[in-house]
Design a binder for this molecule. Structure first.
Ligand SMILES: [Zn+2]
Ligand SMILES: [Zn+2]
Length: 351
């Protein structure tokens, strides 16, 4: 049943969307603890744009991008834990599989320092099949569609880990979310509202303000110049926010350190520019700010998020589903920031 070849959209150099090339690649049987997954859906993430553009020059080339993958196991190596037919989604990070972090389902913070990112360090889901060790996947509950499962991890999973595990979010907190109209931003709003926090969403574009309110933001600050701290102070009676979910990274971090209250937390989720950032040490010291990084979520958090989605308490924001062969269009669209929410590539089909 497994074909000898497949379609894969790969890059063999860095650059604009045109470096994504449609290729015919061999499908190789899984060995050891590997499984072969027939890809159903693959989300397109802003991270993919950075990889394609060359922000991570050490990734192996040629490379198939895509870390938000769902699908079905169609073959398993002799040591793999998955049975054929299992519905799975990617954990994004693979880890070593042996250290304490990996054994507890926290592959993203594998203590060997080699967490191995799907679609960066090994081939990802812009392809009909994906071969990887079993620990690169978790099971999808029957109640969840593969279309939704593909993007749960990098959206709600990331936001859940950032807000709860790292940011220690509490009911009644005022939470500022930068880069709020992107995929992670919208899902951070959802997670923060689910935690009964007050959300102040930051965007540089007036055209996004209504959408942010519809997604649950209590207040929206439109800041084309990215200067929003003063307005946050006004909205919090001079006190500042309890928690900032810093989705945009370098372009807004300095303002976030202004906007957070004394003793507050700033959790850095991403960095849209990829550029290094200057931090005013005096802000950290004098306001005793907790400046925290956050990477991905644990398998346990992923299960909890999937449970909440299946129960209708949280939902993923999917902008649209398009064929795999339209992947360049997805990259162009996201680069020009034409739409909010996730674009999902339909690879093998609808289940
Ligand atoms: Zn992602
Ligand atoms: Zn490990």
């Amino acid at each position: 049943m497994i074909p000898e070849t497949m379609t894969a959209w790969r890059i063999d150099g860095f650059g604009g969307p045109e470096v994504l090339q449609r290729r015919t690649e061999p499908v190789t049987a899984p060995a050891g603890d590997e499984v072969l997954v027939e890809v159903a859906f693959c989300g397109v993430c802003r991270h993919d744009l950075l990889t394609r553009a060359g922000a991570f020059p050490s990734v192996p080339l040629p490379l198939t991008l895509g870390h938000q993958v769902s699908g079905t196991v169609v073959a398993a190596g002799p040591d793999a834990e998955w049975e054929t037919g299992a519905r799975v989604m990617s954990t994004i990070f693979m880890g070593c599989g042996h250290c304490a972090a990996c054994l507890s389902g926290n592959q993203a913070v594998c203590t060997t320092g080699r967490s191995d990112f799907m679609g960066d360090d090994f081939d990802g889901g812009y392809a009909e099949y994906l071969r990887a060790p079993d620990r690169a996947f978790v099971r999808v509950p029957d109640a969840l569609s593969l279309e939704v499962a593909a993007v749960v991890n990098c959206t709600l999973g990331t936001a859940y880990h950032a807000a709860h595990t790292r940011g220690n979010i509490a009911e009644g907190d005022t939470v500022v979310i930068t880069g709020a109209s992107g995929g992670i931003g919208l899902h951070s709003i959802a997670v923060a509202k689910h935690a009964r926090a007050r959300v102040i969403a930051i965007t540089s574009r007036e055209s996004q303000a209504d959408a942010l309110r519809e997604h649950g933001a209590d207040e929206v600050i439109v800041a084309p110049d990215l200067q929003f701290a003063r307005r946050v102070k006004e909205l919090t009676a001079g006190r500042g926010a309890d928690l900032v979910l810093e989705v945009a990274g370098d372009p807004t971090l300095a303002q976030s350190l202004h906007a957070v209250r004394t003793g507050g937390r700033v959790v850095v989720i991403g960095n849209v520019s990829g550029a290094p950032s200057e931090v005013r040490i005096a802000h950290l010291v004098m306001k005793e700010i907790s400046l925290l990084g956050t990477k991905s979520c644990s398998n346990e958090e992923l299960s909890e998020v999937m449970r909440l989605v299946a129960a209708g308490e949280l939902s993923v924001d999917i902008n649209r589903v398009i064929p795999l062969d339209d992947v360049r269009e997805a990259h162009i669209d996201m680069e020009e920031q034409r739409s909010s929410g996730r674009i999902v590539l339909e690879v093998g089909g609808t289940r």
